[in-house]
Design a protein around this ligand. Sequence first.
Ligand SMILES: NC(=O)c1ccc[n+]([C@@H]2O[C@H](COP(=O)([O-])OP(=O)(O)OC[C@H]3O[C@@H](n4cnc5c(N)ncnc54)[C@H](O)[C@@H]3O)[C@@H](O)[C@H]2O)c1
Length: 262
Amino acid sequence: MNIEGKNVLITGGGGGIGAALARRFRDEGARAIAVVDRDLAAAQAVATELAPRVRALAYQVDVGDAAQVQAMVERAEDEAGPLDLVCSNAGVFPRGDSLTGDSNWSLSWTVNVMGNVHVARAVVPRMLQRGRGYILVTCSAAGLLGNMDAPYMATKHAAVAFAEWLAIQYRTRGIGVSALCPLGVMTPMLTEVANGNPAAIQGVLAGGEVISPEALAECVVQGIAGERFLILPHPVVAERVMKKAADRDQWIAAMQQQFAIT
Ligand SMILES: NC(=O)c1ccc[n+]([C@@H]2O[C@H](COP(=O)([O-])OP(=O)(O)OC[C@H]3O[C@@H](n4cnc5c(N)ncnc54)[C@H](O)[C@@H]3O)[C@@H](O)[C@H]2O)c1
């Protein structure tokens, strides 16, 4: 899919990767861009920046709330027109222990998994009716590999699985689906995680180069143009996925060695 003339919606569009995608889609000639975030001021700031080159809208929504997402999609289609590309990008990386409490698991599940389900539930019937559309799910390399905090790693694996299920179900009925799986991207999320939990970020830093959100947006435009399922802005991820698939035991041992786990 080419972005020119398309109506786009981006969750988590108020900052980081989502905001960079919005700017890049504007530059690619999108017709309308709906910037969705739980932080209304952030969404409005990005929308203001996008206008007037594109019809820019801002909505405050918590993607963990199915009713809010449903109402927002209805409103966005009324105000912007039929959505061609929907980027389910909002995500969280709550810091802390992986075993000692439920709150990080619950928040990660609600946003990183159910957020994508709520978005798909709202947009898939509309796209099916039109026989066209595209859904980009921002997952993570943590959805294919390890080692990050368990709630993040497990929910991103679930996000990849859900995106794959969407692709299997709907590609033949006109809906394109991609799963975006980057390693480190220089955004507020990465900085916050690095500041609060240096151990958690080791996985990212050990993984390779931290790229800019703008470089990532370039890969996304190319990936969507090629309608590829996996969009891997860090090519090394593809090699590691092969290694992991070839021998899981060796992979686990390599992770233990890399993170000095004895
Ligand atoms: N930065 C990285 O290194 C990296 C790497 C791989 C994947 N990702 C993924 O990319 C996506 C975007 O991350 P980012 O780095 O731009 O993070 P970020 O924290 O910089 O931006 C995320 C945006 O999502 C919004 N948001 C969070 N929870 C929300 C909710 N419940 N409802 C609506 N909006 C919500 C935040 O307000 C924020 O504006 C996430 O899914 C993240 O897991 C990031």
